[in-house]
Ligand binder design. Structure first.
Ligand SMILES: NC(=O)c1ccc[n+]([C@@H]2O[C@H](COP(=O)([O-])OP(=O)(O)OC[C@H]3O[C@@H](n4cnc5c(N)ncnc54)[C@H](O)[C@@H]3O)[C@@H](O)[C@H]2O)c1
Length: 338
């Protein structure tokens, strides 16, 4: 049985916690044993804030051993795997040292604050022989898996154009300091950047327009064109200043030579050019549940992490850094071919 320690019990920590509870109820090869958060005593009786609802408002953590300090948890527990759901700047050093100490590590996206730090994490995974996976959850989200299959199989021919969108109200707290979170570009838009890289590979160049509205440093509204040199028009936008009743939204519209696929309001609509359109039948589970199950199975069966590999996360961060450079240059194209 894989014994897991969860570090961070904020919004994503709770999201992972909900899924560990489900995986344990379903008798998968995993046992969450310990939870660590600087503010665990306060948080266990508090509601979480985030752009999606977690299962509960108040959590009963009486079945778990709780720690405020990571060192104390590691010294007291026999763990096989650590799940990091800490603020982004804390990912790289911790993940690298945990890998070197012999733990398998699941780390929330973005892998790290910079591509160079993500590279160190990837190197640590390689040299330690332990598994590292970054929680780029869209790669496990049924609506995006459906798209991946359609693009790879070319059942509607080649992609001619695509638009991806993510938006919500401002997340608040440390996220609003761009030096820590990387702003909307690194924190929210990265989901679509990573998806575009997964679907089409690394673009030749990117052009990004960014608007700073509410953050201390960093962009809050961004729009990027990804140029693959073959004419297909790929654009992704993100906006975390959609306040009022807007709520969280993720969507895409992808056009192919022989049809188009739209994801909106949690539904994938497929429109072949010369046949009636239909709604795709998708698995109901979220990417959060499915990525955990995938990682647990990969450790259990000693399989390579080939869906959201550390190497691939480094490439995504390099694209994000090119996007930031372009935004700073008011949309000038920035090359990724070197
Ligand atoms: N995959 C997704 O869809 C998704 C969604 C939201 C956030 N995230 C990512 O997850 C990560 C965490 O985001 P969040 O929204 O949960 O943040 P959060 O602020 O809600 O939670 C972070 C928690 O870490 C704790 N913490 C900070 N420093 C610590 C330390 N040294 N030791 C122990 N605990 C410490 C804080 O007390 C807090 O409870 C970020 O990297 C973010 O980008 C991913």
């Amino acid at each position: 049985m894989l014994r897991v320690g969860l570090i961070g019990f904020g919004f994503m920590g709770r999201m992972h916690f909900d899924n560990y509870e489900r995986l344990m109820q379903e008798m998968h090869n995993v046992q969450l044993v310990a939870i660590c958060d600087l503010k665990i005593e306060q948080l266990k009786n508090e509601k979480a804030n985030g752009n999606m609802a977690t299962d509960k408002e108040i959590y009963d953590l009486s079945g778990y051993r709780l720690y405020e300090r990571i060192e104390d948890m590691l010294a007291s527990e026999q763990l096989d795997m650590i799940d990091i759901t800490l603020p982004t700047p804390l990912h790289a050093d911790l993940a690298s040292s945990l890998l070197q100490a012999g733990y398998h590590v699941l780390c929330e996206k973005p892998a790290a604050r910079t591509a160079a730090e993500a590279q160190k994490m990837s190197d640590a995974a390689l040299s330690s022989g332990k598994k590292l996976m970054i929680g780029q959850c869209l790669r496990f989200w049924p609506a995006y898996e459906y798209l991946k299959e359609a693009v790879s199989s070319r059942r509607f021919g080649n992609v001619t154009g695509a638009h991806f969108f993510r938006g919500s109200g401002a997340p608040g707290g440390w996220f609003m300091n761009g030096a820590l979170s990387g702003g909307c570009l690194l924190d929210m838009h990265i989901h679509d950047t990573d998806m575009i890289q997964w679907l089409f590979g690394k673009p030749e160049r990117v052009s990004t327009i960014g608007n700073n509205v509410v953050s201390e440093q960093g962009y809050d509204i961004v729009s990027t064109h990804y140029d693959y040199g073959d004419g297909k028009l790929i654009n992704a936008q993100a906006d975390w200043t959609l306040e009022g009743d807007h709520g969280f939204e993720m969507s895409y519209r992808v056009n192919f030579e022989k049809g188009n696929i739209l994801f909106k309001n949690n539904e994938v609509k497929v429109n072949p050019n010369n046949e009636a359109g239909f709604t795709a039948q998708l698995e109901p589970d979220t990417g959060y549940y499915r990525e955990l199950l995938y990682f647990i199975n990969a450790i259990t069966n000693d399989q390579t992490i080939d869906i959201s590999s550390p190497e691939s996360s480094v490439v995504t961060l390099k694209i994000i850094e090119a996007e930031e450079q372009s935004a700073n240059l008011k949309g000038q194209w920035v090359s990724l071919t070197s």
